[in-house]
Every structure is written in structure tokens, then in C-alpha cells.
Design a protein around this ligand. Structure first.
Ligand code: 5RP
Length: 229
């Protein structure tokens, strides 16, 4: 059974979708609660929507649930994207990518009319960074990219994310993932994002700065509350 807080946030977000909308479908356990609640509305209310998935996993779930899917193009920019987060600060700056889907998640969210985050209370933090920051990098010469990052941030442990068999994780877009262990010290996520993006070999950073405008937080008792920016 899914976590009651995550399920409540997912259900509340599904109620915000209107007939005819194009909707970005997030990745992870909370976003999956949203996709399932949205699919129930499609079945029960005959809601007509177009889904734009943020990962192969989201695509599989939406297809099984009967949500019509479209790739991200100029004509399928979502009106709304609903996605989870690993951490959110009080400005709704986020760390995402715990599930490895940060590149497509950011492409879809940045192309959307609005991004709403769904999460349980554990994701709210005063300062980002206790959750290791995912950074997607080009596989070619990945060790040199890691070394460049370590040179810019010598105090920060950097680990290569491994797949279950022990080989480097390959994302849906064919990238490797580094996790940067800053600790809860990321007070200027915009500057950090710019510093990391400037490193040769970095494809995308799991910081979402100024993208989400609203967050629905689910409590264990099944109630929700919201934060807006
Ligand atoms: C995947 C993500 C997820 O949204 C994030 O990891 C939160 O997942 P969950 O809802 O399972 O806690 O960024 O890349």
C-alpha cells in the first residue's frame, strides 16, 4: 500500500487537472500516486487529457493506466506538470533526481505553463542539500568530469551512482549520474546550479530553481496543505 501522505497529495493534485489539458506526468512514488488518481478520473469521468511523461517509468505506468501519451514537442507543451521532489525549501526550490529522471523532468517542467510539486512532509527542508544532489553527466570521460567538479568543490564527496549489478547507472537519456554530498548548506541554489553547469561534461543539475510555483504536501492522516511561491 502506498504512503498515505503521498497518496493524499497525488489525489489532491489530480483534482486540479481540467478537461482538455496537456499534463506533464512526473516520476517517483508520489507522482505515481498522482498518475493513478488521474487515470481514475479519466476512466470514471471521461476526462480527455494528453499526458507527457517525464521518464520511461512514468510512460509505462501511464500506458498501463490508460492515459494517452505524447512526446514533448512545441505543440504538446504541458499546461501543467505534476511531479515529486527529494527536497523543497520555503521558496519551492527543489532537489530532484533521486529516481534518476532529472533531465526529462526538468525539460518537461520548464516547458510547462506551471509545475506543481507533490510530496509528503519529509521533503520540506529549511536548506537544501541533506539529500545528495544528483548531477547528470556525459558518460565519455566521466572520471575527468568528476575530477573537475571535485576541484571546484574540494570539501564535497562525489559518488558515481551505480546500477544494481555494480555498473554505472545509465539514465533514459544515456547519461551517468553523480551524487554530490553537500549536506544542508545550499543557500544559493541558483549560483550553485550555474557553477555546476559551467563544468565541462555536466549535462544537467538536479536543482529546480524558480520552476515550481505550488506544492501540495500530504500528511500521514491523509490531509493536505499547500505552499505557494
Ligand atoms: C525522480 C524524482 C522524484 O520526483 C523524487 O525522487 C521523489 O520521489 P518520491 O516521490 O518517490 O519520493 O525526482 O527523478
Amino acid at each position: 500500500m502506498s504512503d498515505p501522505g503521498k497518496a493524499a497529495a497525488g489525489r489532491a493534485a489530480a483534482r486540479l487537472v481540467e478537461d482538455g489539458m496537456t499534463v506533464g506526468l512526473g516520476t517517483g512514488s508520489t507522482a505515481s500516486c498522482f498518475v493513478e488518481a488521474l487515470a481514475a478520473r479519466v476512466r470514471e469521468e471521461g476526462l480527455t487529457i494528453r499526458g507527457v511523461p517525464t521518464s520511461q517509468a512514468a510512460e509505462r505506468l501511464a500506458r498501463q493506466s490508460g492515459i494517452p501519451l505524447f512526446p514533448l514537442t512545441e505543440t504538446t507543451r504541458p499546461d501543467l506538470t505534476i511531479d515529486g521532489a527529494d527536497e523543497a525549501d520555503s521558496f519551492l526550490n527543489l532537489i530532484k533526481g533521486g529516481g534518476g529522471a532529472l533531465v526529462r523532468e526538468k525539460l518537461v517542467a520548464a516547458s510547462s505553463g506551471a509545475m506543481i510539486v507533490v510530496a509528503d512532509e519529509s521533503k520540506l527542508v529549511a536548506t537544501l542539500g541533506a539529500f545528495p544532489l544528483p548531477v547528470a553527466i556525459i558518460p565519455t570521460g566521466w572520471e575527468t568530469t568528476r575530477a573537475r567538479i571535485e576541484k571546484v568543490f574540494p570539501q564535497v564527496p562525489v559518488t558515481l551512482r551505480l546500477a544494481p549489478g555494480g555498473s554505472p547507472t545509465i539514465t533514459d537519456d544515456g547519461l551517468h549520474l553523480l551524487d554530490l554530498h553537500f549536506g544542508p548548506t545550499i543557500t544559493d541554489p541558483e549560483r550553485l546550479q550555474a557553477q555546476l553547469r559551467a563544468v565541462v561534461g555536466v549535462a544537467e543539475v538536479g536543482l529546480f530553481v524558480g520552476i515550481a510555483s505550488r506544492m501540495i504536501v500530504g500528511r500521514p492522516d491523509g490531509t493536505t496543505f499547500e505552499r505557494t511561491r
